[in-house]
Structure formats: C-alpha cells, structure tokens
Ligand binder design. Structure first.
Ligand code: ZN
Length: 338
C-alpha cells in the first residue's frame, strides 16, 4: 500500500514539474536545433546570438552558394577555435539562404572546433530585395511557410541538417508588401514549428509596429520574435516599450570602440528590470566574401571585463549570454497571452 502512495506521490510531483514554466531554471523544456542536432536550450553555454561564420553578401544571388572551401576553412576554423578558447560555446549564424547559407560548411566548422552552431531558414527581404528569389513574389504566405516548415522537418538542401530559427528582414521606409508577406509566412511557420522569427529591422519603428500587428493578428506572442539590429535605433524608451511587450531586443553591434555605449544601454535595461529581454552580439563575419575577418571577439575581450567593472553580477552576465539566448531560440510555439 505504501508503495502505491509513494508511486502516486512521485507521479503527482512529476506532473507538477512538467506543468510548471521552468523559464527560471536551468532546464527550459525547450530544445535548440544546432547543425549537429538538438540540444537542451538550457545547456548552450556562452552564446553569441548574431554572427556570420561566412557569407557572400554582396555577390549576385545565383553565385552566393559557392565558396572556395579549402581557403575558407583555413581562415574560419582557426578564428572559431580562438573564440572557443575565449569561452564561446554556441554561435547563431545569421547568413540566410540566397546570400551564402551552407549548412554543410557550418557542420564542418562545428565538428572541427567544438562550437555549437545554429543555422536558419527564411528569406532575407532587406538590401532592396536583391536576395529574394522570384518564387517568393508568386507564392502565398502559406506556401512559403510550407517550404520553411519542410526545412525544419526534413533538413536543408538534402543535408538532413535542420534550421534552429528563421531569419527575415525588412528594408527601411514604409514596410513593403513583400517584406510583410515574408513576415506573415514566418509567423505561420512559427505556429507550425515553434521556431523563433529573427528580423533584420534596424531603426525602423514602422516596421516594428507592422511586425507586432501581424503577430497580434495571428495571436502569436512577441516572445517568438527578435528585433535584430535594435541597437541602430537611438530611442531607448521605444526599445524598452517593445521589450516590455515581450519582444527580444538584439543589440548586435558590439565593437572594441563602442563598449561604453553598450554598458550605458545595459544599465538602462537593468534599471527597468528588462535585462531578461536583451540579446548581445557583434554581427561579425569570419568570411565576408573572402575578405578579412570582421571580428566577433570584443564581447569576450572587452565587454565582459567592462560589465564586471561596472558592477554587473555573474548571474546577470549569465542571463544575457546564456539564459536569454536559450529562451529566445528554444523551440516552442508561443501563443499570445490573453
Ligand atoms: Zn548579420
């Protein structure tokens, strides 16, 4: 009899655990899809939330898939190893399809360095639409969503490697029909897959409002959405407003010479108790069309010491660089809260 009581107790305890939101714990009940397979989103270590291991941004759309792989590996792998030695454990790679995404190359870099790499699906709508393929104009949001959900289920370009998030983009100015359509496709894909929607938006409040409106229309929480290049927008109050609605604020332009600016902004987010909505990165590129590396180690070498000097605790640092990326990118369908 005792044994039955005990079993029931364990069972109740298990149900209670499974039912509670463990967002404050280490295990998030969410998976993160890396190029080497799924990992627990609570186990990603120190993460850079927006970088490029390589890209062909600038080349014509039909040439961006091609890399001289031997030369690329010679440049990128030692740099990625250096980052790993500095403590970087996970990198979210923002090179989208049609400007140089190659899941197989990312897998080789990950295997050679021990860094976890997360790649993406979606279509990049900025750069005056030069990386939007023709079919995107003809298809419905539902058809585009089916393509991205298929990559999520079955892998990218026959590699079996699955994307971990969506990368989209809005041009500056009033949001165009194609940018809005691609975003709507992203929201539909989120509802099927739980992938997060990261959107190159920059300093464009109209685009932010448009994206929030489309999320709202489909009853998806802003927690499923990342405002990429939010650091380009000078009005910090607007960033705070978006963060308080649940959106992820990606401050992704850290450089050795702008550390103070980042400390100032992070202090404001801390004061407003919104540090749990911030993602930090460099938007670096280890192979920008084969040119010199646009570095992404200033966070490790310059920002982290400055954060400590300015009184940020180890717990807050872990929040920004480990817990927030795990929460932001962990696979989960996030319906709007009533
Ligand atoms: Zn980028």
């Amino acid at each position: 009899m005792k044994c039955i009581y005990f079993t029931v107790l364990i069972w109740i305890f298990w149900i209670a655990l499974a039912g509670c939101d463990t967002s404050d714990g280490e295990g998030f009940n969410r998976e993160l899809f890396t190029v080497s397979g799924p990992v627990d989103a609570g186990e990603i270590g120190f993460a850079l939330s927006h970088e490029h291991l390589m890209s062909n941004f600038g080349l014509p759309i039909d040439e961006t898939d091609n890399y001289d792989e031997a030369v690329l590996f010679e440049q990128v792998i030692p740099y990625a190893k250096k980052l790993h030695a500095l403590g970087v454990h996970t990198i979210f790679d923002y090179t989208a399809a049609y400007f140089g995404r190659r899941a197989d190359i990312l897998k080789t870099i990950s295997d050679s360095t021990g860094i976890l790499i997360v790649t993406n699906t979606g279509i990049y709508g900025a750069a005056n639409d030069r990386y939007i393929p023709d079919y995107a104009y003809l298809e419905t949001p539902e058809e585009l969503a089916a393509r991205w959900a298929d990559e999520f289920e079955n892998g990218i370009d026959g590699t079996g490697i699955r994307p971990g998030f969506m990368k989209l983009a809005f041009d500056s100015g009033g949001p165009s029909e194609i940018d809005k359509k691609l975003f709507e496709a992203g929201v539909l894909t989120h509802l099927q897959t739980g992938m997060t929607i990261a959107v190159h938006t920059g300093s464009n409040p109209n685009a932010v409002h448009s994206q929030l409106e489309i999320l709202d229309r489909h009853k998806v929480s802003p927690e499923a959405w990342i405002w990429t290049h939010a650091n380009w927008h000078a009005d910090t109050d607007f960033l705070l407003m978006v963060a308080s609605r649940g959106g992820w604020i990606s401050l992704d332009g850290v450089k050795e010479d702008n550390i103070d600016e980042y400390i100032n902004r992070l202090e404001i987010f801390r004061r407003e108790e919104l540090l749990h909505k911030v993602l930090l990165s460099h938007d670096g590129d280890a192979w920008p069309m084969g040119a010199e590396i646009r570095p992404f180690h200033a966070i490790s070498t310059h920002l982290l010491p400055a954060l400590r000097e300015n009184g940020f605790t180890e717990e807050e640092i872990k929040l920004i660089f480990t817990k927030n990326p795990g929460m932001a990118y962990g696979i989960k369908i996030r319906p709007a809260k009533d």
